[in-house]
Design a protein around this ligand. Structure first.
Ligand code: TA6
Length: 303
């Protein structure tokens, strides 16, 4: 059986539900829904699930806490379709394609099968995974550090073989589980202006106050280098999202009507989730010269 280099993991799982121990303590490989290859982390620090499809982190639960990432009970697990929840990777564009509406929303990264490059368990007990994919002219690497904290790092390199600069947008479109969207608030964006996308596209001034939810909310905050905190009194926890290499932060809850319009989103699931997305979009899209690269990372902590 051929194995992944350097971590002894079989390249291909048979289409039956098998669980394969890997050479990395606390890291298993099995077949998830519809036989999709899934890495499962189970250590003293945390548990998690990562699909090669879209390099999609679908679950993360640090020890002594409830699940942090939200996943729809109606999610697709199919080639060519994104998983609904967890951390979708939006690349090389965000939202609808600017010229061709036939192209998938949020780009193709979350629809591709990524390759595992390395997997390891450090002396700190953190499981570190490196995945890679070629997306257009870009070599995209995704590093995950899975422990009591979650560290996600997306490195996008423009191939040196191209002859001109290229622009991209990127987002870690993170879905957080909440006790009740009506009870939570988000701080850290009080002083940032934002593009409001509902009810219509409108540039808005800073509100000067924490974000609370009472309707469909879809906002792209710009010039936001600082840490954002999700306060959830119902679960008696705070979730902080700190970042590097990202000046956009997207806040999204679909509310009632949009939830009903999405087949892979339960009609009543909107009350239990909110997206806080670490991004480089719009005014903060990235332009690279051939051979250049850009790193965007997020560190998520629960207290
Ligand atoms: O990040 C917010 C957003 O751009 C919303 O406009 C909504 O479309 C959401 O992403 C989900 O997009 P998706 O393509 O995953 O259904």
């Amino acid at each position: 059986m051929r194995v992944y280099p350097r971590c002894g993991i079989p390249l291909k799982l048979q289409r039956r539900s098998v669980v394969v121990k890997t050479s990395v303590p606390g890291l298993l490989l099995d077949s998830g829904p519809n036989g999709m290859s899934r890495f499962r982390v189970q250590t003293e620090l945390a548990s998690a699930e990562l699909f090669l499809h879209g390099a999609h982190l679908a679950a993360w639960q640090p020890a002594d806490h409830r699940p942090v990432l939200w996943l729809s009970g109606n999610s697709w697990f199919e080639a060519g379709k994104p998983i609904r929840g967890g951390v979708p990777i939006c690349f090389p564009w965000f939202g609808p394609h600017p010229q061709d509406s036939a192209l998938p929303a949020h780009g193709t990264a979350r629809l591709q099968e990524w390759q595992l490059q390395t997997a390891s368990s450090g002396p700190d007990g953190v499981i570190r995974l490196l995945l890679q994919s070629m997306i257009g002219s870009f070599i995209v690497r995704y590093e995950l550090g899975i422990g009591r904290e979650l560290h996600l790092q997306l490195t996008c390199e423009l191939s040196a073989t191209v002859t001109q600069a290229e622009r991209f947008e990127a987002a870690l479109h993170t879905y957080f589980a909440v006790s009740d969207i009506l009870a939570v608030q988000i701080t850290g964006l009080e002083n940032a202006g934002f593009m409001n996308k509902v009810p219509q596209l409108e540039r808005c001034e800073p509100t000067g106050e924490a974000i609370r939810f009472s309707e469909e909310t879809d906002r792209v905050y710009q010039n936001t280098p600082d840490t954002v905190v999700l306060h959830d009194p119902g679960l008696q926890r705070k979730i902080s999202v700190s970042k590097q290499g990202s000046l956009s932060t997207v806040i999204w809850n679909p509310w009632i009507d949009k939830s009903r319009r999405m087949p892979d989103f339960g009609d009543d699931e909107w009350t239990g989730m909110v997206c806080i997305e670490t991004a480089c979009v719009g005014d903060h899209a990235i332009v690279l010269q051939p051979g250049q690269s850009h790193q965007m990372s997020a560190t998520i902590c629960v207290s």
